[in-house]
Design a protein around this ligand. Sequence first.
Ligand code: PGA
Length: 253
Amino acid sequence: MKKLIIANWKANPESIGKAEILAKETEAAIPALKNAEVVIAPPFPFLHSIGSLLARAQLGAQDVWGTGGPYTGMVSARQLKSMGVAYVIVGHSERRIHAGETDAMIQKKLSAVLEHGLKPVLCIGERQRQGSEIPAIAGEQLSAALAGIKKEMLRRLTVAYEPVWAISTTSVASGATTPDGAFRARIYIEKLLVSLFGARAAREARIIYGGSVTPDNVLAFLTEGAMDGALVGGASLDPKKFGEIVSSAAEIA
Ligand code: PGA
């Protein structure tokens, strides 16, 4: 399975001009890719322009609303598809926290993304952690989001384990989890997928890690942590750092 590295720009940068420069510099910094897939997820207003600049990276979206129609301010899965979007982040903790997204909303979004032939990146992760066990909330988020999904769809699914406390910009930030912690999360998620969909289908989903990923720690997550990729926030705004992260992933795949 090719490693998947996703740049989540969040609400950055501040203008379309800066976004275009960031996209061009990022494209120049990533190596020709045989063994890895790269996705850049800019804010909605920049999707079209950034999409037209990408050659090596694919286009991603940071959110979706499912259906079109009377939903002011929302963007539908069909619209994203028509913009050339391949991957859609669903259920990021910042949306759960700041936009009040519930598991039920996330389940609807995930279904819509799959229904329209797009690839969801489902984010799950606890806000706080005591001890080394993955808290049950991560599993509850996962099962709730996957309700009603057919097992044939798992080959398009990526689950991003992204504990809130590990996200670089969060107020409770306490640094990335350890590669061992990522490995435990992988096993936890895999087990749950097996119990829900059976072993064969479960193996087809990707499981990636997010939370303070940098050029210095990415290799450990992909090897010791056995992760299929990384969701990168802060470091994706620095083309040099992001290019190094992608190069590491491309080497080991
Ligand atoms: P970070 O963000 O890499 O800045 O920790 C990751 C994310 O929130 O997707």
